[in-house]
Write a protein of this length. Structure first.
Length: 134
C-alpha cells in the first residue's frame, strides 16, 4: 500500500509506463538467472529482486491502467478485468504444468524469461516511437 501511494504521488503517466517496462525486463532477467545460479545467497538475492520487480510491476501497471479508465466505469471495468485475469491464470497454470512435464524446468524458465525480456524491449521501443520518450 505504501509503495502504491508513493508511486502514485511522485510519478506521472510516462514514468509509470517506463517503470512497468523496466520491471518486466528485471523479471525476465531474474527468471533466466535462477536457472544458472546454485549459490544459496545469490539465489536469495535474485529471488528478492524478482519479487521486488513483480511487486513494482503490479503496482505501476495498476496505476497506469487506472489513469486510462474513466472513473464512472472503473468498478465494472476492474471486475471484468479481474475475471479475465483469473481465467487466463488458470489456463496458464495448466499449460505451464504440462510444458514443465513435457520439456523440463530449464527450457521452460529460459523461454519464459526470454519472453519477458522480448516483451520489455518491444514495449520500450514502441513507447519511444509513439511518444518520443522512455
Amino acid at each position: 500500500i505504501i509503495l502504491g501511494l508513493i508511486i502514485s504521488r511522485y510519478l506521472n503517466k510516462a514514468q509509470l509506463h517506463s517503470v512497468t517496462q523496466y520491471s518486466i525486463l528485471c523479471i525476465g532477467l531474474a527468471i533466466i538467472s535462477l536457472n544458472r545460479i546454485s549459490n544459496f545467497y545469490t539465489l536469495a538475492i535474485i529471488f528478492f529482486l524478482f519479487e521486488a520487480s513483480s511487486t513494482l510491476f503490479l503496482r505501476t501497471s495498476g496505476l497506469y491502467i487506472q489513469s486510462l479508465v474513466p472513473k464512472n466505469i472503473m468498478g465494472s471495468w476492474w471486475s471484468a478485468f479481474d475475471a479475465v485475469i483469473r481465467l487466463f491464470s488458470l489456463i496458464g497454470i495448466l499449460i505451464g504444468g504440462y510444458l514443465f512435464d513435457l520439456l523440463g524446468g530449464k527450457l521452460l524458465y529460459y523461454s519464459l524469461g526470454c519472453l519477458f525480456i522480448i516483451t520489455s524491449f518491444l514495449s520500450i521501443s514502441k513507447m519511444k516511437a509513439v511518444h518520443g520518450y522512455r
